[in-house]
Design a protein around this ligand. Structure first.
Ligand code: ADP
Length: 467
């Protein structure tokens, strides 16, 4: 299948050499083919978004909300086919892919409501008489560069607030999820979103990413690797484009001696190994105090052994393949001596869940984001050491603590360096109506989703009217 860009309400051929998107469960299954893109494609997409801007920002907020509700309905109607396409293109177990489609519906409905909130406040002036008020306005054209691992939800959680608050959008989905990105364009079209408000630009990140930023977007929201995110942040600063980056994690689950170990094991195994650990919020470090480390490792191991690797369209499937041969090889290399046990022979990029014991907090396997079903175990003596170890990375996205001691839970919530903090909960799984984002190297310190989204997608204007 040959994919095309969705620009100004039309599907148009993208330039450049052909790229392929392969089914990671079965790479001989070519999901789609599309052009690698060229600066002209990015310029055309931004021009279409600019052309649609004035009408869209003048569309009343209730009418914009209505469009989002219609988009939610179209996605709800097609949720099964969207989930199946997601399972095929990025190897997501079908149960999770169904959940992701449902989440898109919830996000669109939520932001339809957010569009109707007050947009400003009246502020007393220095003297009696003038009316002074500050209100939020749309930024303009928002570029959205998104990863393959949540190919439905991440584009929607950026596009929904952007559109709700009166901006127009150019989405650049990851190469590996280009088909799902195109399906989103079709749903937007079927929902009747005005032409040019939501555009989809396919292609290689390195070929169309920078041209997208330089084609005159007013803001750029990025989710992906830290390397690309920081490079885009620099570029955005040079052009004074408002920028937001979500850039991964090395998330820790801490287990203390008083924890409910069965509950902890089930949530840690799920957080570490489901969807092959390919979530920014996946649990990749297990930090346990000595008294319970053997017990918790054994319980997690037993649960992981019971996980079904594939096929992804089986509702019992928990793990699924890794996205590519390169990412599988990187994970196997990091496993060293354990690679043989983890490797799964066959056509897809599957590996078995693995735990690595005996790591120190500053070892590479405890520092680098692997995006794989690999859990590094770190032993500590007490809760203070545990929190110090959890904080000893450059990331700070998500963390969890398993304990029944309220005092230690509160102290951890205060001192853990993570934007998403759980007690007796999983590091993964987020409520779409709650702020999402990380501390330190995991983000550019803004938050997405929930009431926080308005901060990024609008700009404040202060008005004084003197009678
Ligand atoms: P991942 O490792 O999860 O694939 P990347 O950061 O490589 O993360 O990719 C995330 C998104 O960034 C994708 O849409 C990708 O196409 C895009 N991208 C990759 N390289 C660049 C680049 N140099 N400039 C802009 N976007 C890029």
């Amino acid at each position: 299948m040959r994919l095309r860009n969705y620009i100004g309400g039309h599907f148009v051929e993208s330039r450049g050499d052909s790229l392929l998107s392969l089914n990671p469960s079965s790479p001989s299954d070519r999901v789609a083919e599309f052009g690698a893109g060229a600066p002209e494609d990015a310029q055309a997409a931004v021009a279409a978004a600019k052309a649609a801007l004035e009408d869209w920002r003048r569309t009343s907020a209730p009418a914009r909300a209505e469009f989002l509700m219609r988009w939610a309905s179209v996605i709800a109607d097609q949720s099964e086919s969207l989930a199946q396409a997601t399972a095929r293109e990025v190897g997501k177990p079908i149960s999770e892919a169904r959940g992701e489609a449902a989440r898109c519906v919830a996000i669109l409905r939520y932001f339809a409501g957010e569009a109707l909130r007050p947009v400003g406040e009246v502020i007393p002036a220095q003297t009696h008489g003038p009316l002074q008020y500050a209100f939020r306005q749309p930024l303009g054209v928002c570029g959205l560069i998104t990863p393959w691992n949540f190919p439905l939800a991440i584009p929607i959680w950026k596009a929904a607030p952007a559109l709700a608050f009166g901006n127009t959008v150019v989405l650049k989905p990851a190469e590996a999820s280009s088909h799902v990105g195109t399906l989103l364009a079709e749903t937007a079209m079927q929902a009747g979103l005005p032409y040019g408000t939501f555009n989809v630009l396919l292609g290689a990140g390195a070929q169309v990413g920078q041209p997208l930023l330089e084609a005159g977007v007013d803001a750029l929201s990025f989710t992906g690797s830290q390397k690309v995110g920081l490079a885009l942040a620099e570029l955005a600063a040079r052009h004074n484009v408002k920028f937001q980056g979500e850039m991964g994690g090395k998330n820790a689950a801490i287990v203390l001696e008083d924890a409910d170990l069965d509950r902890a094991a089930s949530l840690i195994a799920g957080g570490a190994f489901r969807y092959a650990g390919q979530k920014c919020t996946a649990t990749s470090r297990l930090i346990a105090v000595r008294q319970v480390v053997d017990a918790i490792v054994e319980k997690v191991r037993l649960i992981a052994e019971g996980y079904v690797l594939g096929p992804v369209d089986d509702p019992r499937c928990a793990v699924g393949p890794m996205i590519s041969e390169a990412s599988r090889e990187r994970a196997l290399a990091a496993l060293g001596g354990q690679a043989g046990a983890a490797r799964v022979e066959g056509e897809g990029y599957f590996i078995r869940p693995a735990m690595v014991r005996g790591a120190e907090p500053d070892d590479p396997i405890a520092q680098e984001e692997l995006f794989a079903p690999v859990l590094t175990v770190i032993e500590v003596s007490n809760v203070e050491e545990a929190i110090a170890a959890a904080n000893a990375t450059r990331f700070g996205l998500s963390a969890s603590l398993f304990t029944n001691d309220l005092r230690r839970a509160l102290n951890y919530a205060e001192h853990i360096q993570a934007g998403l903090v759980r007690v007796n909960g999983d590091t993964t799984g987020v409520d779409p109506h709650a702020p999402f984002g990380g501390m330190k190297g995991s983000s550019t310190h803004s938050r997405e989703q929930g009431p926080a989204a308005v901060e990024f997608y609008t700009e404040i204007k202060t008005v004084q009217i003197n009678p």
